[in-house]
Design a protein around this ligand. Structure first.
Ligand code: SF4
Length: 491
């Protein structure tokens, strides 16, 4: 997962891109970068959280009215400074690019670029490959003069990308002397929303981002999503060109609604908050059918993504919602003191149970999803330790059985608890009296019930093993697993 943004404005964009990085911080805490341009490119990047990277002095160097930003959560490539986006190349024009997603035919494309195009790759990042491919496709002996001609060239380039590049990609790019470019893969797997505001001179400013979480603060009005397979180009005079180059099924990631996105975001014209409320409602109905004789005394969410679904779940069951597990909001990526490493890995370090809310009660714990299962098991143990009379577990998402190859660091199948155990075995592993997962149909219903959206079927490959870009087979799973282990461990 990553967060990307791109802004065209009538005024300097650096401060607004900084706000984008802050408002998308939950999508990637490993690194961040901002690039802008006027007569040349300016860039600031670093490892860690945005507030530690972008000092006031550094921000002053980021001049220009057009720029892009990136929050990194590595799902491909190494973990060093060289992998921090945006990536850039000086030929042709000077292009910088930020990418959210995962390219599944990275190896073939990397070979083509290094052997046929004789370009050198500095990293193992799929974004670098995408950048070079894009740059090669824009390279012309006689560069176009007008914006219309340049847009036609962009259409050809991005059409070729949609044929050659497999996997998921939402992209913001800036091209020196040309303007801002954004595009999204033909299935629209990763999100990309857009907004605009009047610039006071009869024209408009434009923003594109993974989520609209910063639009209100910056004065932009949401204008829906960049469509799957759509290319948008804003030239230096603020003229917008747009074309949907490929029309395929619209399959946005369902996990954005389950877990990743901020609840206040609206993605693909569906409110994340409302979809989570509906997840809780649907799960409560299923609970009543499956366990008509079991009613908990309280519902406690595993903080904090599950809070919204737990609220509607408790309401639908007619029982009390309780914040019986307190999560310290300042726990995060902090310096680990010697001897602290093991303690910091523990759920106990992050969550504090409130005994008064737990002792002698039939407690329903609700989580957004269960991936490996270790955290869930620790939470259940804590509830028993604090005197729960019964412990039930409800999960807003169906069992996660398959890895994600579209931009989410979902582990290999071996690490996924539901990839290796059935529901009864998971119930025993967790040590609960009853366990209920959301049904796939109920999750889809929760996401698609309302909103003026155009979603055909969300991507649910991690739940049902169907990879929407039709680019994954066993050989590819093994290839990506090897590459991922190499990136993680260097072997
Ligand atoms: Fe999202 Fe799962 Fe599809 Fe990955 S496989 S894009 S996490 S729904």
């Amino acid at each position: 997962m990553c967060g990307i943004a791109g802004i065209y404005s009538h005024k300097p964009v650096a401060a607004e891109l900084y706000d984008c990085v802050i408002h998308l911080q939950h999508r990637g805490q490993d690194a961040a970068g901002i690039m802008t341009y006027d007569d040349r490119m300016h860039k600031e990047k670093g490892m860690g959280l945005a507030r530690g990277i972008f000092t006031e002095a550094k921000m002053e160097l980021l001049t220009g009215n057009i720029g892009i930003s990136h929050n990194r959560y590595p799902t491909h490539g190494g973990f060093g400074h060289g992998e921090v986006q945006p990536f850039w190349t000086s030929v042709p024009y000077g292009i910088a690019l930020a990418h959210n997603g995962n390219i599944t035919n990275y190896a073939e494309l990397a070979e083509e670029i290094t052997k046929e195009e004789t370009r050198y790759l500095n990293t193992t990042s799929d974004t670098e490959v995408l950048l070079h491919l894009f740059a090669d496709l824009l390279h012309q002996d006689e560069p176009p003069n007008t914006s219309e001609d340049f847009f036609n060239l962009l259409c050809d380039a991005v059409s070729t990308i949609s044929l050659k590049v497999k996997g998921a990609y939402s992209v913001t790019a800036m091209i020196i002397g040309k303007g801002l470019v954004v595009f999204r893969d033909p299935h629209g797997i990763r999100p990309l929303v857009k907004g605009e505001r009047p610039n006071g001179n009869g024209g408009k400013d434009y923003i594109f981002a993974s989520e609209n979480t910063m639009f209100y603060a910056l004065g932009y009005e949401p204008k829906g999503s960049v469509l799957p397979g759509e290319l948008i180009y804003i030239d230096e005079d603020g003229k917008m060109f747009t074309k949907r180059l490929v029309k395929k099924e619209f399959n946005p990631c369902i996990f954005e609604y389950v877990y990743f996105s901020r609840p206040d975001a609206t993605l693909n014209d569906v409110s994340v908050y409302r979809s989570r409320l509906r997840m809780g409602q649907n799960l409560a109905e299923a609970w009543k059918k499956k366990y008509p004789h079991i009613t908990p005394d309280i519902v406690i969410p595993a903080p904090s993504t599950a809070n919204t679904a737990a609220l509607s779940f408790a309401h639908a069951l007619g029982v009390r919602y309780s914040e019986g597990l307190y999560k310290n909001p300042f726990i995060g990526r902090t310096f680990i003191m010697p001897g602290q490493a093991e303690r910091k890995k523990s759920v106990k370090y992050k969550l504090v149970p409130q005994e008064l809310e737990i002792r002698d009660k039939k407690v329903m714990i609700m989580d957004d999803s269960i991936v490996r299962g270790n955290t869930s098991r620790e939470i259940v143990r804590m509830l028993w330790d604090f005197g729960a009379k019964k412990v039930y577990f409800a999960v807003a998402c169906p069992p996660v059985k398959s890895p994600c190859f579209y931009g989410v660091d979902m582990p290999t199948r071996d690490e996924l608890i539901a990839g290796n155990m059935n529901v009864d075995e998971i119930k025993k592993f967790l040590g609960v009296d009853a366990l209920l997962y959301q049904e796939i149909e109920d999750l889809i219903e929760a996401v698609t019930r309302k909103g003026d959206h155009h979603i055909d079927t969300p991507c649910m490959a991690c739940l049902n093993g169907y990879y929407v870009a039709k680019d994954i087979d066993e050989a590819k799973i093994n290839e990506i697993k090897t590459m991922r282990n190499h990136d993680r461990n260097g072997n």
